[in-house]
Design a protein around this ligand. Structure first.
Ligand SMILES: *Cc1c(COP(=O)(O)O)cnc(C)c1O
Length: 378
């Protein structure tokens, strides 16, 4: 037989990819404005990442975490010197990074409850599925890991109602990605921070989609001027090589000592080589400045060309994370765009989501907007 039918795949098979362009087995080209769900942020076949990975491939592939691995230190240092985090734990995916965050929050606080939000997405393991505020993700899997509760995003009263003396952490995305590209408001984030400080509750920010330059800053939480106790990374960190990271404050270090947590593959040298090349490139003011310029460029076009269209209800954007909320389900738009030669994503039923590579060109942006405009006219 074959694979479990867990994915509803589009009828596109990719043969090669370069920069913002992917080519299928029939030679048809597409502009990739999904970046493999926010992963290939530096474009396909990125020369710096490729060089780093190729060199590592020539050197060695795996020795396990029983031995020193200098590149892990380099990547950890890149992340912590560019954020307010102090310690990094490496793993292989977003769900694993959040899993580590949840374990650490419980152990460090000695408390059990984790408050997350409606429409959030945190992964598909038992803990992260329980953390995810979307019923459809949990159906059929029996009793969930206990002590998660869901508050309403951007509603501080719902957070107040959800917390109690057993609450270890409040966990959220500063912009809900899968849930529809929904940004937290500044006042909401400020109030959550104040509330958590008052009650000795940790703040966990899930930066798996918003991190690594996607929103025009190194990390999404920078837009809000806050300091999470823990934040998690994955997606864009390896530009396509599987890698995740959980980043925390120094005071949490003692709770993740030897034997408390681990991963055979976590921080493996190939993924680390990619992450080192990615972070070196992205954590750079000139690079992020360019992302901002592209974001402004696309914002103007969206405002002028797409916002006036009948089907469009709202456009939400931070950096190159873009959600176009429509009056109808966007499934047929996404399929129509594939026919035209644009790979885009949905977020929930009615939001067309664009996550172009951070290296996208203005010409490519022009082409993509044109295709979106055409498809929306139908
Ligand atoms: C994709 C995503 C995850 C899950 O990451 P996986 O690597 O698929 O486990 C978790 N949180 C957010 C915000 C994501 O976008």
């Amino acid at each position: 037989m074959g694979m479990f039918p867990t994915y509803n795949r589009f009828n596109v098979a990719i043969q090669s990819a370069e920069g913002s362009i992917v080519t299928d087995v029939n030679g048809k080209t597409y502009l990739d404005f999904g970046s493999g769900i926010g992963v290939t942020n530096l474009g396909h076949n990125n020369p710096e990442v490729k060089k780093a990975v190729t060199e590592q491939l020539e050197a060695y592939w795996h020795v396990s975490n029983l031995y020193e691995n200098p590149i892990q230190h380099d990547v950890a240092n890149e992340i912590t010197s560019n954020s307010l985090g102090d310690y990094v734990f490496f793993c292989n995916s977003g769900a694993e990074a959040n899993e580590a965050a949840i374990k650490l929050a419980r152990k460090a606080t000695g408390k059990q409850k984790i408050v997350t939000f409606d429409k959030s997405f945190h992964g598909r393991t038992f803990a992260t599925m329980a953390a995810t505020g979307q019923e459809k993700v949990r159906i059929g899997f029996g009793p969930m890991l206990e002590r998660f509760s869901y508050a309403t995003f951007n509603d501080i009263d719902s957070v107040k109602a959800a917390i109690d003396e057993d609450t270890a952490a409040v966990m959220f995305e500063v912009i809900q990605g899968e849930g529809g590209v929904i940004p937290a408001t500044q006042s909401f984030v400020d109030e959550v921070v104040t509330l958590c400080k008052q009650h000795n509750i940790l703040i966990i920010i899930d930066e798996i989609q918003t991190g690594i330059g996607r929103t025009g800053e190194k990390f999404g939480f920078e837009h809000y001027g806050i300091e999470p106790d823990i934040f998690t990374l994955a997606k864009g960190l390896g530009n396509g090589l599987p890698v995740g990271a959980m980043v925390g404050k120094e005071s949490l270090g003692e709770f993740f000592g030897p034997g408390s947590h681990g991963s055979t593959f976590g921080g493996n040298p190939i993924a680390m080589a990619a992450a080192k090349a990615v972070t070196t490139k992205v954590f750079n003011d000139d690079f992020l400045q360019e992302v901002e310029e592209k974001a402004n460029y696309i914002a103007n076009l969206l405002e002028k060309e797409i916002a006036p269209m009948d089907k469009v209800i709202d456009i939400r954007q931070q950096g190159l994370m873009i959600g176009i909320e429509c009056s109808e389900a966007v499934g047929s738009l996404v399929t129509g765009l594939i026919d035209k030669g644009l790979l885009a994503l949905n977020a929930g039923d009615k939001v067309l989501r664009l996550l172009p590579p951070l290296t996208v060109s203005k010409e490519e942006i022009d082409q993509a907007i044109q295709m979106i405009k055409e498809i929306m006219q139908n």
